[in-house]
Design a protein around this ligand. Sequence first.
Ligand code: F6P
Length: 544
Amino acid sequence: MPANNSVAWKNLKSHAYSMSKTHISSLFTDEPERFSNFTFSQNNLLLDLSKQRINKESLTLLIQLAEERSLCEWIKNLFNGAHVNDSEDRPALHTALRSPANSSLSINGKNIIEDVHNNLARMESMVNRVHSGQWRGFTGHPIDTVVNIGVGGSDLGPLMACKALSENQTDTAQNIKIHFVSSMDGSQLAELLNSLNPARTLFVISSKSFTTIDTLANAQTAKKWLKKSSSTASEETLVSRHFIGVSANPDKAKEWGIPKSNQLEFWDWTGGRYSMWSAIGLPIAMQLGMKGFREFLSGAHSMDEHFRTAPLAENLPVLLAMVGIWNINFLHINAHAILPYDGRLSPLPAYLEQLEMESNGKSVDRQGNAINYKTCPILWGEVGTNAQHAFYQLLHQGTEAVMCDFIVAARRYHDTDNPELQHQHQLNLANCLAQSRILSLGDSVLEGAADAPAFKRYKGNQPCTTIMLDELNPFSFGQLIAMYEHKVFVQSVIWNINPFDQWGVELGKTVATSLLSALSPEKAQPTFDSSTNGLLNRIAERGA
Ligand code: F6P
């Protein structure tokens, strides 16, 4: 049955009719205890949904919709290893990557938790060898630079985590710099290589498939650069001293030249955008050390346990997802701003863009039918205080309805004796609270605002969620990201779509291959559409 044909969906539609005329400010007037009625927590993570355009009835109906869509069964299936990724006929077991060593999960007669922990042990030994200076480059010098080459899920997660947890570097990693290279055009790599010492640089080639052209092109450029730096060392020596391969396709990595001893594996049941908990997280472990990396996994595992066991009406990922469904499908809000009030979380919007839009940017349901309701909204974002000076104008006074996530840590710099930074944190918090307050409530709650001319008014009524961590650390960061992962899954269940495939990215790769030959010097006259032909001709004239 199509998702929008159910009883709960229809009830929500009529409920939305009355709520669409309600202003968030009046919800606060009517319900002084709104904050405590609409905040939920898991460990030290608080989810405040009080600035959403919802009341108790909305939540009850949304939970009924989740029940009608058999969400509890889907959650069980996700954790048990059922083939929830049906178009690729496999499970999606990122939760297994953060399960403790004493648990077990049998997939095709194999306890995969054992594999996961064996792999963590191999990761640990690599990390320790680099940190202790035992991993030597071709001149015998220790490594001081790690460059992760990957793209999409093989880049965004580790890049984000390294930035988010930059203040949690382990002592043994103090002398190691970590860089990320993803862009196909080589611009990041070319600039970086100018500043690196080949004898002390370790490249981590991260690619689930090990066929991604962006990554392979960068890896090839890096290999050539290394070769140029030594006239004596063989390619085999250079690769074994300076390259680690992380992949679910070990044969392809070997074909490229990376010996098995330098490889870390993961498995096809880990989706690319769900993979930073696997060996794809090697750069994170290089920065935090394995102790910190394991804390990060524990944070995610604690959210997994909460998601698996908490009643739907108290379950943070479920509530976050269902409020999203309410906004998208019933209040018709199709833009979602991700606003971290923390410079360390600057890559979070880009990470969530992939997580949410690559997962749920679908218009065909699991049975292959075209969908006649909205699915994933457009997500974008920026560090909140910077965005205030850029696109907040549209949020406050534009014509688009936008739902906003504010993400902030209550505590920062508290254990330093730096009053200036402590003051900056206060400023940051004040801005976070001010913006979510005005965006949701509007200016009518402020004295004298009603007398202002129209161009100075703030209408508010933009639904806002605040996610507050006590502090940003490996554990809480793991909780935060796992919460968003499960949110995406819950929404996919409501929409009856598969969040674990990404067929929409494939055609572009094939078409680019055919265009590559059209760019070669021996090309024939192009026979594409007139725009593509015209652009190819222009490149032929001007590009050389
Ligand atoms: O093209 C999309 C995609 O497949 C993403 O899903 C993935 O995260 C990224 O490319 C990188 O893929 P790989 O890790 O196989 O290089």
